[in-house]
Design a protein around this ligand. Structure first.
Ligand SMILES: Cc1ncc(COP(=O)(O)O)c(C=O)c1O
Length: 299
């Protein structure tokens, strides 16, 4: 672990039970993947600066302070992955939280702690065809807490939706906004494709502004010559879509083959989804030199 200025063993990086970040969810985090390329014997950290820029932005919204500038955070991450001798696809978890151990909560004038952990990670959700349900839980709205903040506390919203879906026998939940528009999965952004047009819920519809989402918009436009429309999406559009998929650092690109027990397209991952999945795979494993700037070799 990296914890408050030092590298420490996981069991030596401890916090007290009264820590405010734990009791009140006053923290924010990131999720980063580093992809192992077996042929090259190389690990590639994906979009490190983009993730740390988002952490800085979110920290400001929550009146917290990340104790290092973006470039330093990237260097610490590289060092941590090396110290942990990561030679497989790995998840990196930076976490900033209110560290005071006292009852009561506020955002201002409370010291923050900052940690980074790593953990091996394969598929977070099935990537060969997910069955999804529209959740009975609505995604939190910007009038309640900042949905784009990756604030630890608001993940109760995601956990409620995820458990509901899994316990009902589905692979993942799709949450609607308060006003009934399609928002996102419990930890993934959503895309749908109809008649060759790709659409994805707009940032103002309370989504987390996903970094994978942004990368895929780029791949669709630049590599496939396909327009992507960021707009409000209605629930029944999912039922009539030719293709639906979800994406995120954990989920990567996960085709959706069923929504609310209705088959999407012909019930198989669609051709444009498979194509963008392959372009993405090549870019993030450092295989496509055109996307060398997306990745940072660790070794
Ligand atoms: C709620 C939520 N939406 C979307 C995403 C996808 O964002 P990103 O592509 O930046 O990982 C995540 C994952 O971080 C998430 O937790």
């Amino acid at each position: 672990m990296y914890f408050d200025g030092e590298f420490r063993r996981y069991e030596d990086a401890r916090i007290g039970l009264l820590t405010q970040g734990l009791n009140y969810g006053t923290g924010c985090f990131e999720g980063i993947r580093a992809y192992w390329n077996r042929e090259r014997g190389q690990l590639y950290g994906l979009w490190l600066p983009e993730h740390y820029e988002r952490l800085h932005r979110n920290a400001r919204a929550l009146q917290m302070r990340v104790p290092h500038p973006v470039e330093e955070l990237c260097e610490i991450t590289v060092e941590l992955l090396r110290r942990n001798e990561c030679r497989e696809t790995t998840y990196v978890r930076p976490l900033l939280f209110k560290a005071a151990e006292e009852i009561g909560f506020r955002l201002h004038d409370i010291p923050d702690s900052f940690a980074i952990a790593t953990s091996p990670m394969g598929d977070y959700v099935p990537t060969n065809g997910m069955r999804c349900m529209v959740s009975s839980w609505r995604r939190i709205s910007d009038t309640m807490a900042p949905p784009r903040s990756k604030c630890t506390g608001i993940y109760i919203n995601s956990a409620l939706a995820k458990s509901e879906a899994l316990q009902a026998g589905f692979d993942e939940a799709i949450m609607l906004t308060d006003s009934g528009h399609v928002c996102e999965g419990s930890g993934e952004n959503t895309f749908l494709i109809r008649k060759g047009v790709v659409s994805t819920p707009a940032a103002a519809d309370n989504i987390l502004e996903g970094i994978t989402r942004q990368g895929l918009i780029h791949l669709f436009r630049e590599e496939m010559g396909i327009e992507v429309v960021e707009r409000s999406v209605q629930r029944s559009e999912l039922y009539g879509a030719d293709e639906v998929f979800m994406c995120g650092t954990g989920a990567q690109i996960a085709p959706v083959v069923e929504v609310d027990r209705r088959m999407v397209g012909d019930g198989e991952p669609g051709p444009l989804t498979l194509k963008v999945q392959e372009l993405f795979r090549r870019a993030v494993t450092g295989t496509d030199p055109k996307y060398a700037e997306w990745v940072r070799p660790i070794w």
